[in-house]
Ligand binder design. Structure first.
Ligand code: ADP
Length: 479
C-alpha cells in the first residue's frame, strides 16, 4: 500500500514556535508518523522564527488570497529539519509581530483575520498540491474543513484534533465577511456559537473525523462540566469523535540524552547529581528533602487557585518547592507573596525550556492540580525523568497516572499520586501522601525506577492516527 500524503497543520510547532503542549505534539507526532506517511508539517512563519538557524527558504510559490474583497499576499517557505519536511505560510498580517496570539493590547483583536489568512492559504495550497489527508489542529486551523467543503474540488480528507476545548476561537459575528466565510454557515448547526463565529465549531462540524488528546477527555467533553458549552454539539458529532492519548518525544525528553543537563543520567545516582546541581543553582538547601516542582501556564485551568492556596500550608513541611511559569498577573502576585516569606520556595517567571528540563531532572514530585487537562505532557515528562506526579484525576492525567497504592511492577503504566476532588484539602492530602511515601525511600525508588522505564513515546498513538487516516480515506473510496 502506498504511503498517504499528509498535510499536518498547526499554529505552533516546536522548535520554531512554542507556547504550550500543542507545539510539542506538532513536533513529535509527525516524526512518529513520518516513516509511514509522506508528510509535510505547515505553520505560520512568524517573524521571530529563526530562518537562518533552520535554513528556511522561499519556495517560489505565491498563494495570494482574496478574503472579503481584500487581497492578502501569501508566500510559501520550506525547510527540511531533522529529516522532516516543513512548509511555512508567510503573510505580513499573520506573521509580522513578536508574539503568537496575544497580548490583547497589542493586537489580539485581529486573530480572527490572521488565522483566517492562514486557513485560506492552506486551502490555496491544497488546490495546487494533492494531499490525501489534511490533519488540522485546534481552532487556528478550524476553518479549513469548512472551506474545503465549500470548494468541492479538493479531494483531501480532513481530521480535526481538539487539543483544548477551552480555547475555541470565538469572535464577533461582524467579521464573517472579513474572514471570507459565507453567511449561510452562520447557524447553530455550523459555526454560530451564542451569536459569535466559532472556528472550533467549524472544525468539528465539517471535518471527516475529530479526535481529542485522551480517551477520558473525549468522554468528559460530552458533559456540561467540561464541554465549554459545546457538549450538545459534540454529542451530535460523537460518532466521528475519538480520544487518542498524546505521547512525548522520546529523544527530546530523554534524561540519558538531554543536552540541557550537565549530567545526563540513566539511574538514581545520576538523578541525584542533577538535584544537587539544581538546588545549588537556585539557592535551595537540603538535598535529602523531597523537591516538588510545578511547570506550566499560570491559568485557572492549571489549578492555580489550588496551588496558591496550598503553597503557604505546604511550605512549613519538610520539602523544597520550585515553580516555573508565566501567565495571569494575579497568580504571579499570589505566588510571590508566599515565596517572599519562605526560604524553601524558588520562583522563576517566564518561559525557559532548558530550565524546565533541569527542574524535571532534579525533582522528586511534580505538582499538577489542573482543574481539567485534555492530555497534559508534564506528567509524562516527569515520570520519564524519575519522579512521581501529584495530579488531579481528570482527563489525560487520569489516563496516564495510576495510583501508587496499586503499584504493580508488571504494569506498563506510570505511577503517581492522584486525587479526586479539586479542593485544597484533597490536594494537600495528596502532598502529605507524597511526603510519607518519600520517607520509605526503598519503595519510592522502586516506583521511580519503574516510571523511568515506562514507554511514553508516540508509537502506539501514532499507529492509532495512522489507522484513522486509513479509515477516512477508505470511506471516501467506498463513496
Ligand atoms: P498546555 O496546556 O500548556 O499545552 P501541556 O502539559 O500539554 O500543557 O504542555 C506543556 C508543555 O510546555 C510541557 O512541555 C512543559 O514542560 C512546557 N512548559 C509550560 N510552561 C513552561 C515554561 N514556563 N517554561 C518551559 N516550559 C514550559
Amino acid at each position: 500500500m502506498s504511503k498517504p500524503r499528509v498535510l499536518f497543520a498547526a499554529s505552533e510547532v516546536y522548535p520554531f514556535a512554542k507556547s504550550g503542549g500543542l507545539a510539542d505534539v506538532a513536533h513529535s507526532l509527525p516524526r512518529a508518523l513520518n516513516t509511514d506517511c509522506d508528510l509535510h508539517v505547515i505553520m505560520p512563519l512568524y517573524q521571530f522564527v529563526d530562518r537562518e538557524r533552520f535554513a528556511i527558504v522561499a519556495l517560489g510559490e505565491h498563494f495570494d488570497v482574496a478574503i472579503g474583497g481584500v487581497v492578502y499576499p501569501v508566500e510559501l517557505y520550506g525547510c527540511v529539519y531533522e529529516g522532516l519536511d516543513y512548509r511555512f505560510i508567510y503573510s505580513p498580517l499573520l506573521c509580522d509581530r513578536d508574539f503568537l496570539y496575544g497580548p490583547p493590547e497589542r493586537g489580539y483583536d485581529d486573530n480572527a483575520l490572521r488565522f483566517a489568512i492562514f486557513n485560506h492559504a492552506i486551502l490555496a495550497l491544497l488546490k495546487k498540491h494533492t494531499y490525501d489527508i489534511s490533519h488540522l489542529n485546534d481552532w487556528q486551523c478550524g476553518l479549513v474543513p469548512l472551506l474545503i467543503k465549500d470548494d468541492q474540488t479538493i479531494r483531501t480528507k480532513t481530521l480535526f484534533t481538539i487539543h483544548n476545548l477551552a480555547y475555541q476561537g470565538a469572535f464577533n459575528s461582524s467579521i464573517l465577511n472579513e474572514i471570507g466565510i459565507d453567511a449561510k454557515h452562520f447557524t447553530m448547526d455550523a459555526i454560530e456559537f451564542y451569536g459569535e463565529v466559532s472556528f472550533m465549531k467549524a472544525g468539528i462540524a465539517y471535518a471527516d473525523a475529530v479526535t481529542t488528546v485522551s480517551p477520558t477527555y473525549a468522554k468528559e467533553i460530552l458533559t456540561a462540566e467540561f464541554g465549554c458549552g459545546l457538549e450538545g454539539f459534540l454529542e451530535h458529532h460523537k460518532n466521528k469523535l475519538t480520544g487518542i492519548i498524546n505521547g512525548i518525544d522520546a529523544e527530546h525528553f530523554s534524561p540519558s540524552e538531554d543536552k540541557a543537563l550537565s549530567v545526563p543520567y540513566v539511574d538514581l545516582r545520576g538523578k541525584n547529581s542533577n538535584k544537587n546541581a539544581y538546588l545549588k543553582e537556585v539557592g535551595l538547601s537540603g538535598v535529602k528533602k523531597p523537591l516538588f516542582i510545578f511547570v506550566g501556564r499560570f491559568t485557572w485551568q492549571k489549578g492555580m487557585e489550588l496551588l496558591t492556596e496550598v503553597l503557604g500550608k505546604m511550605a512549613p513541611k519538610a520539602c523544597n518547592i520550585a515553580i516555573l511559569g508565566e501567565g495571569e498577573e494575579k497568580y504571579h502576585d499570589a505566588l510571590k507573596r508566599v515565596a517572599d516569606k519562605e526560604s524553601n520556595i524558588h520562583l522563576a517567571f517566564g518561559y525557559d525550556e532548558s530550565l524546565s528540563h533541569r527542574m524535571y531532572a532534579a525533582a522528586d514530585f511534580l505538582l499538577m492540580p489542573s482543574l481539567f487537562e485534555p492530555c497534559g505532557l508534564n506528567q509524562m515528562i516527569a515520570m520519564q525523568y524519575g519522579e512521581l506526579p501529584v495530579v488531579h484525576h481528570v482527563g489525560g492525567l487520569a489516563d496516564t497516572v495510576c495510583d501508587y497504592k496499586e503499584f504493580n511492577t508488571k504494569s506498563a503504566k506510570g505511577y503517581g499520586i492522584p486525587f479526586n476532588e479539586p479542593s485544597p484539602t484533597a490536594f494537600l492530602n495528596a502532598i502529605d501522601q507524597a511526603l510519607a511515601l518519600y520517607t520509605n525511600k526503598a519503595y519510592y525508588n522502586k516506583i521511580v525506577k519503574h516510571n523511568m522505564l515506562c514507554d511514553f513515546s508516540w508509537q502506539e498513538s501514532a499507529n492509532s492516527y495512522r489507522k484513522l487516516y486509513d479509515n477516512i480515506t477508505q470511506e471516501s473510496s467506498h463513496g
